[in-house]
Design a protein around this ligand. Sequence first.
Ligand SMILES: Cc1cc2nc3c(=O)[nH]c(=O)nc-3n(C[C@H](O)[C@H](O)[C@H](O)COP(=O)(O)OP(=O)(O)OC[C@H]3O[C@@H](n4cnc5c(N)ncnc54)[C@H](O)[C@@H]3O)c2cc1C
Length: 425
Amino acid sequence: MRTTVGIIGAGPAGLLLARLLHGAGIDSVVLEARDRAYVEHRQRAGILEQGTVDVLRAAGAGARMDREGLRHDGIELRFGRRRHRVDFPALTGGRSVMVYAQTEVCKDLIALQLAEGGPLLFGAEALAVEGAGTATPRVRFRHQGREDVLECDYVAGCDGFWGVSRAAVPAEVSRVFERRYPFGWLGVLADVPPSHDELVYARHDRGFALLSMRSPSVSRLYLQVPEGTEPEEWSDEDVWRELERRFETDDGWTLARGPLTQKSVTPMRSFVHEPMRHGRLFLAGDAAHIVPPTGAKGLNLAVGDVVTLARALVHRRETGSAALLDAYSETCLRRVWQAERFSYDMTTLLHRAPDATAFEDRLQLARLERIASSRAARTDLAEAYTGFPLDLPRSEGRAAAAGANGRSPAGSGRVPGRSWFEVPR
Ligand SMILES: Cc1cc2nc3c(=O)[nH]c(=O)nc-3n(C[C@H](O)[C@H](O)[C@H](O)COP(=O)(O)OP(=O)(O)OC[C@H]3O[C@@H](n4cnc5c(N)ncnc54)[C@H](O)[C@@H]3O)c2cc1C
């Protein structure tokens, strides 16, 4: 089997990359280890940044999102039994986010790929990426009980944190930056309309809680729990009682209860693998980096990576220049580290570490008070939450070293007439 771009993984990164390449006339094959139902029903992200929304629309995958997604113009921070709204459009010059579940993004992209795109093989597990440092990389994979080889010009490792592609980067060039947190999130889906029309991020002495939603009739709620907690340790009654405690306010706000349809625990981790490229292998999404979900950045980073990669591949084909491919890792990592910083800040702002001292508790409250009382602090949060630009400029110090105008040596990589190239973030 042969293709131009071999894509490992049909999560949001792999599926969107295939879609963008198809629109640009570049062929690809997507290998996905699991079956279609699994990919379409795995509950994960729910918040799409403005830039992600724009890219999905430009890729022709935004119709159902625009009908069924919920535009959100802010979030609520809750602490000390009081509520504080962060108004995104007012603070960012009009930007907002969209609540539309990752499962739905994947369903839309899978339907488009099967109807119009190149091969998408479910139950096709990549075993190894070989020859990444050569001009003829290959993916060895198993499909329907048989081993096969996908020969490619380029390989996109979009196989998530537990995939095989990262291992193809030689140990002597890999650098890993990691932090684990001593808590996780117990997430539940509840068949009940959300009790608030925007997300509520609650800091409480008993731990963090998040009120989110999947649709006007389905709530998604999370509780900070100790690392290693099993979902079965929490009865439905325990979950509701604890949520009610952590969301409690002085103004009589109440949390509506309903049947819980799913319970799971997510560990919290920050992780970055550098570089994101080795030869003709490009890592994208969770294969290269993980953020704790508090900042709602994981899926959005995956989208940023694959837009950057698709631009670079089209640029290569249309100009013969590999400059954007060469700049891929550095371009993505600038944005990745900003998202890492923001996700870490949000996590440490809102969660209670098991060994937190009274001094650290007071500092955490002071950080929250600062956001509640300062427009500048709220603006910083709102800018990060609604999303960083894809072409995040270098800082002035590094720009001076890189060249007078501070731009990537590869230029903007924009190709006229193709709308997702113009998406500003
Ligand atoms: C509880 C939770 C809440 C979250 N909330 C948010 C949020 O609100 N906003 C946000 O932006 N992000 C959020 N995230 C993060 C987001 O879900 C991930 O960052 C996103 O799924 C990354 O997409 P991906 O395509 O890179 O990887 P994945 O979605 O992990 O997809 C990788 C795919 O590769 C496949 N695969 C793995 N190994 C192989 C192999 N060897 N061969 C073939 N296929 C393989 C897997 O089966 C999978 O389908 C959340 C995550 C969790 C867990």
